[in-house]
Ligand binder design. Structure first.
Ligand SMILES: Cc1cc2nc3c(=O)[nH]c(=O)nc-3n(C[C@H](O)[C@H](O)[C@H](O)COP(=O)(O)OP(=O)(O)OC[C@H]3O[C@@H](n4cnc5c(N)ncnc54)[C@H](O)[C@@H]3O)c2cc1C
Length: 393
């Protein structure tokens, strides 16, 4: 089958890999002029880890990854006020876990298909016309392509979803935060192999030192601080972050100064996408486009890979009956994904405490993680993937 994929992110490239592997002909359309390599460092385990292994990219992912030793919460003066050793989490996954920058993971997946799949960059779908025997996609450049089916893997703000299913606000569940990610080189304070976190009421900054003198920063705040005004472009976003974090204490002044020189600033809502069905006619959604869990679920990238793997597998198993494939894909994944979404939603209320007292309380709670069995009790459920990867070979 010829399958158009909108979006060459984590889900899109994984889908292209497995479709190609099964003998299909994927065509990728990516809006950005080149592969997008931004994003924060994330823990990578579970289904995504196993799929990376089956794709043969696990050694590259592990090499690009970090064995994080500790999550450390700091006070204004830099003193440690909470945290725990990450070994407690690694034990929950029997060592099958690494921490990897999103950009490195995206690049490793893309390398596995680069040159083997047709990819159109710097363009996007502007219209979709479905016929009895196929779909015609019209690109913004004016080019038209005829394919058998279309997969929307174009992220949280999916264009395919909008064109086929309707406006984003019908499906988006805002979990009440905004976040920004950027990377700089030469930030003096490093703390190798530790996630460093500082929280003030309703705001939180994290930094992680990468190889090559680079540092990643993650700024998260409760959306009440927006006062109802969403930033509309990069300049407004930077101004908003300066106003929101200017008096957040700790290293906030230095970090905001570093942000001024960062060229790739990623800013978005912490949201989920919840849909009653992930397919209509010859179109199907995968990854954040159809079922975003948000980073509060801890494994958005791994889940997107799992979804792409299952979708490709069901398409191949159904031997051309795309309706049967889409129904099987939905039925297989829905309980698992909805469980992850509910877990992340529950975690949202305590993720960034609203008051200084709440921050203190959370710091104390993190220290309990050092107690024997506590990691399993507190996080075991969210770390276990109650989903057996099907074998489509
Ligand atoms: C640059 C970047 C940084 C990110 N940083 C973080 C982070 O720090 N923390 C976090 O939790 N999540 C982050 N995410 C989201 C995270 O990658 C996803 O939640 C998860 O990996 C699921 O992947 P996905 O492939 O569904 O979506 P994504 O990884 O978001 O990929 C979607 C892809 O579709 C492309 N696209 C978007 N619109 C169109 C369009 N109209 N036509 C064609 N292509 C389109 C995008 O450029 C992107 O390449 C980031 C995403 C990107 C693109």
């Amino acid at each position: 089958m010829k399958i158009a994929i909108s979006g060459a992110g984590i889900a899109g490239a994984t889908l292209a890999y497995w479709l190609l592997h099964a003998g299909h002909e994927p065509l990728m359309i990516e809006r950005a002029p080149a592969l997008r390599t931004g994003g924060y460092i994330m823990d990578f385990w579970g289904g995504g880890y196993s799929i990376a292994e089956r794709m043969g990219i696990l050694p590259a992912v592990r090499q690009a990854g970090y064995q994080v030793g500790e999550i450390r919460f700091l006070a204004d003066d830099g003193a440690k006020v909470g945290g725990f050793a990450v070994d407690a989490l690694r034990d929950l996954t029997a060592g099958r876990m690494t921490s990897v920058a999103r950009g490195e993971l995206a690049a490793a997946i893309y390398r596995a298909i680069d040159g083997r799949v047709e990819a159109i960059f710097d363009d996007q779908i502007s219209a979709i016309n479905e016929y009895d025997d196929g779909v015609q996609i019209v690109l913004q450049s004016g080019e038209k392509r005829d394919v058998d089916i279309l997969a929307g893997a174009d992220g949280l703000h999916s264009r395919v979803r909008e064109l086929i299913f309707g406006a984003e606000d019908r499906f988006e569940k805002d979990l009440g935060y905004r976040f920004a990610v950027f990377e700089t080189t030469g930030y003096e304070t490093r703390d190798e192999n530790a996630y460093i976190i500082h929280a003030a009421a309703s705001r939180q900054i994290a930094r992680f030192a990468l190889r090559g003198g680079r540092t990643l920063f993650l700024l998260v705040f409760r959306s009440e601080l927006l006062n109802g005004v969403e930033p509309t472009g990069p300049a407004e976003t930077r101004a908003l972050l300066k106003a929101t974090f200017g008096d957040a204490g700790w290293e906030s002044g230095r970090i905001l100064a570093a942000m001024a020189t960062a060229d790739d600033l990623y800013f978005d809502r912490v949201s989920q996408i919840r849909m009653p069905s992930w397919h209509r006619g010859r179109t199907v959604l995968v990854g954040d486009a159809g079922m975003a869990v948000s980073f509060l679920a801890g494994e958005g990238a791994g889940l997107a890979m799992t979804e792409a793997y299952v979708l490709a597998g069901e398409i191949s198993r159904a031997s051309g009956d795309y309706a049967k494939a889409f129904a099987a894909y939905d039925a297989r994944l829905r309980p698992f994904i909805e469980g992850k979404q509910h877990g992340a939603e529950s975690f949202a209320s305590t993720f960034v405490p609203q008051s200084e007292f709440g921050v203190w309380l959370r710091n104390q709670a993190t220290k309990l993680m050092a107690l024997p069995g506590a990691a399993n009790l507190m996080l075991g459920k969210s770390f276990r993937d109650d989903f057996a990867l099907p074998d489509y070979a």
